[in-house]
Structure formats: structure tokens, C-alpha cells
Design a protein around this ligand. Structure first.
Ligand code: DAH
Length: 336
């Protein structure tokens, strides 16, 4: 048994010394010292020996166990250092590499322009109101003095959701929603999306409008013009060229359209060109509209206007197609 122990020790130390990785080392530990290991086996055999032999062989076997144990620990420490070094090498971080900065977002140019418009009218004391995108025909047309069969309906090529329900073609229906809730004096501005079956360089099936309504006693067309000129000068500067043209809207009388001189690069030739661009419609609120609102039209009058936010943005920033605003090309959006 003694010789067997010595041979086992030599074999174990040899195996431990030549092991190159921690997994194999663990296998050796199980093989020699584990519950069913070879040293454990021998130690178990000691109890079969005679009383004289037992302490001697017990001691010898325990000594072998301790030697193997120490050898395992020592080799484990060596291999751990090697393994950690290898891991450090493979997971090394190059601190000199430039970082990946997240892309910064910002407000869309339409929102920037909307905020600017709200600010200008807010400074004049107008409050902000909003209404639903999906409207009844009543609010979108009828109450605005545009009954069925009225030819003015043709100018708004309408998306119908179902009979009697439309995607609003303008923000004007919110005028009525405001008047139904509040008594004069009212001064509100109403930003929002509107929808029309329309598509070319200056038209998009969905676009943004901005409505204004002021009702009080003794309001004149001069108040309307003064308010709009103040807005246009703050928005575009005093040098902008402006043109008021008589026009027709069912819900205002008299009515006008306002054009401003738009300078932008031609999309095809790249040459700078200027042309009049209609940016808003306006007028004095029609008595029929006040009747629907339940306002006393003998006592009150007012003005209203509706403008295209996209058009305002196009003139302000020299943008040559409305579609740039909705295609979400980051190269375009980043410029604002
Ligand atoms: N709602 C009209 C449109 O989209 C614009 C407009 C004209 C609004 C005159 C008004 C107004 O409030 O008084 O074509």
C-alpha cells in the first residue's frame, strides 16, 4: 500500500504540473481527491488494515492527500493568473478610440414656426385653442355658412371618413367650437393639421394651418389688417412685400387673401426666383356664422383668418417644395 501511495503521488504531481487549463485541473482534483477519488479510496481501505498498520498508513495517506492538495492550489493560482491575463487581453478597451455620440434631435421646423406664430399672437393677448382632426360636416362646412351644394365646398377636396364625417379641411371649425363655449370678447389662435385631396409643389394632402378669431364690439377691417401686418412684420421683417387681395369666403364678408413675395431657388434650374405666394385668407366674420354660434350679431362683430403654416415656413426659410417638410430627410431637417 505504501508503494501504491508513492506511485499515486508521483502520478498526481506530474499530472497537475503539466495541466494547462483550469478545467482539466478540476478534473484531476475530482479524480484524485473527490468522493470517489483514488486517494479517498485508499484512505477508506485503511480501516481494513490491522490495528498496528492502521495509524501508519492513515498518516501516510493523509500526507499524500495534503501534498496533492497543495500542488492543486499552487497550480490553480498560476493558471488563474494566466487566464486573467488572457481575458484582460481579449476584452481590452482602447481608451483612445473616439466615442459614438448619440444623434441629437430638435424641434421640427413646422413646430418651430408654429411656436413662433403662437408667441407673436400670444403677445397680443390671443389665447390658444385646439379641436379634433376628424370633424362633422356640420362644423367643417354647414355652420360656417357653407351648406351642402354650396359651390365653395368644391374648393376643399375633402376626405370623407363616412357620410357626415370628414377629415377637417381647415381649422375654421374650431372657431365655432370656441364660440359655443365662450361669450365675447374672444381672441383665440388655433394651430392644427388639416387634410385635402391635393398634391403639387405647394400642396400636400396633410398640412398645417393656423386659425385666428377675434370677436368684440366695434371691430373693423382696419383692426384685421393692422393685426396681420404686425404679425407679418414680426415674422418676416419690415422689408417683406405684402399684397392684400379681395377674395371670397362663405364665412367672412368682406374677405381677402394675403400674398407675400416668396424668394426661393427654382427646383429645376437652381436660379433664385421670386413669386407671390398666398399665405392666408381672412375677413370680417359673417353674421350667419354668429347666428350659428348664438352670438348677437347686431352687438358684436369680429375678424378671422386662416394661414398655412407650411407656407409661412417656406417663405421664412426659402424652402422650394412643401414636401421637404414631410419627407423627414434628416439632411433637410438638420438645417433648422
Ligand atoms: N379656412 C380657409 C381655408 O382654409 C381660410 C380662412 C379664410 C380662414 C378666411 C378664415 C377666414 O378664418 O376668415 O381656405
Amino acid at each position: 500500500m505504501k508503494a501504491e501511495l508513492e506511485a499515486l503521488q508521483v502520478e498526481a504531481l506530474e499530472a497537475i504540473q503539466t495541466t494547462g487549463d483550469l478545467n482539466t485541473l478540476e478534473e484531476h482534483r475530482v479524480n484524485f481527491l473527490g468522493r470517489k477519488g483514488r486517494v479517498t479510496d485508499i484512505l477508506r481501505g485503511v480501516s481494513q488494515l490491522s490495528v498496528e498498520e492502521r495509524p501508519l498508513m492513515g498518516q501516510a495517506a493523509n500526507a499524500v492527500k495534503v501534498v496533492i492538495c497543495e500542488a492543486l492550489d499552487a497550480r490553480k493560482a498560476e493558471l488563474t493568473v494566466v487566464a486573467e491575463a488572457a481575458q484582460a487581453e481579449s476584452e481590452a478597451v482602447d481608451l483612445s478610440l473616439p466615442g459614438r455620440t448619440p444623434r441629437k434631435g430638435h424641434m421640427h421646423v413646422i413646430n418651430q414656426v408654429t411656436d413662433e406664430i403662437l408667441q407673436i399672437f400670444g403677445d397680443l393677448g390671443f389665447q390658444t385653442a385646439t379641436g379634433p382632426d376628424i370633424e362633422t360636416e356640420y362644423y367643417n362646412f354647414d355652420c360656417l355658412n357653407t351648406p351642402k351644394e354650396h359651390p365653395a365646398r368644391d374648393s376643399h377636396d375633402t376626405f370623407f371618413v363616412k357620410p357626415g364625417t370628414v377629415l377637417r379641411t381647415h381649422t375654421s371649425p374650431v372657431q365655432m367650437r370656441v364660440m359655443e363655449k365662450f361669450q365675447p370678447p374672444v381672441a383665440v389662435v388655433i394651430p392644427g393639421r388639416v387634410y385635402r385631396v391635393d398634391y403639387d409643389a405647394t400642396h400636400s394632402p396633410m398640412f398645417y394651418q393656423f386659425e385666428g378669431l377675434l370677436v368684440d364690439k366695434g371691430i373693423t377691417f382696419a383692426d384685421l389688417r393692422g393685426t396681420l401686418m404686425h404679425f407679418i412684420h414680426r415674422m418676416f421683417g419690415k422689408d417683406i412685400e405684402v399684397r392684400f387681395r379681395p377674395h371670397f369666403f362663405p364665412f367672412t364678408e368682406p374677405s381677402a387673401e394675403v400674398d407675400i413675395l416668396w424668394k426661393a431657388k427654382d427646383r429645376h434650374t437652381g436660379e433664385m426666383k421670386s413669386q407671390w405666394l398666398e399665405i392666408l385668407g381672412c375677413g370680417m366674420v359673417h353674421p350667419e356664422v354668429f347666428k350659428h354660434a348664438g352670438y348677437d350679431y347686431e352687438q358684436y362683430n369680429g375678424f378671422a383668418f386662416g394661414m398655412g403654416v407650411d407656407r409661412i415656413a417656406m417663405v421664412k426659410h426659402g424652402i422650394n417644395s412643401i414636401h421637404h417638410l414631410y419627407e423627414n430627410d434628416v439632411r433637410f431637417l438638420e438645417q433648422f
